[in-house]
Design a protein around this ligand. Structure first.
Ligand SMILES: *[C@@H]1O[C@H](CO)[C@@H](O)[C@H](O)[C@H]1NC(C)=O
Length: 118
């Protein structure tokens, strides 16, 4: 089993089992990184910031204030990596919270079975 496979399956699992602001933020960042036009990037970065990052945001994610400030600086000149560290932090949170459940899930057990048959 390759780590990459597990990662993909885990992401699927999160999509089906877990739909709170952490996952939505993570997915929004994935989409954001694919944008190429400066106007699109600027708008999307602001939207992610107001929806998930700023204090009191409707879907405020669980990050420390230093990270929040860093993002607020980052989005004044939004590049493709301006949410990278925050995205990693959130991924880590989801992993801690959901990984144990994932390991017991059918989706993971199926993957193990497939791997054993190869
Ligand atoms: C801010 O942007 C830099 C460079 O674009 C990036 O490496 C860093 O991870 C970003 N900070 C956060 C909190 O995501």
């Amino acid at each position: 089993l390759f780590f990459q496979d597990i990662k993909l399956v885990f992401e699927d699992f999160l999509r089906t089992e877990y739909s709170d602001e952490n996952l939505l933020f993570w997915l929004a960042c994935e989409k954001y990184k694919k944008l190429t036009k400066v106007t699109e990037t600027t708008i999307a970065a602001k939207r992610i910031y107001t929806e998930f990052v700023q204090a009191g945001a409707p879907r405020q994610i669980n990050i420390d204030c230093v990270t929040r400030e860093e993002i607020s600086k980052n989005i004044s000149q939004p590049g493709p990596n301006c949410f990278d560290r925050a995205q990693k932090l959130i991924y880590g949170l989801m992993e801690n919270d959901c990984y144990p459940r994932f390991l017991k899930s059918e989706i993971y057990q199926d993957l193990l079975e497939q791997a054993e048959q190869q």
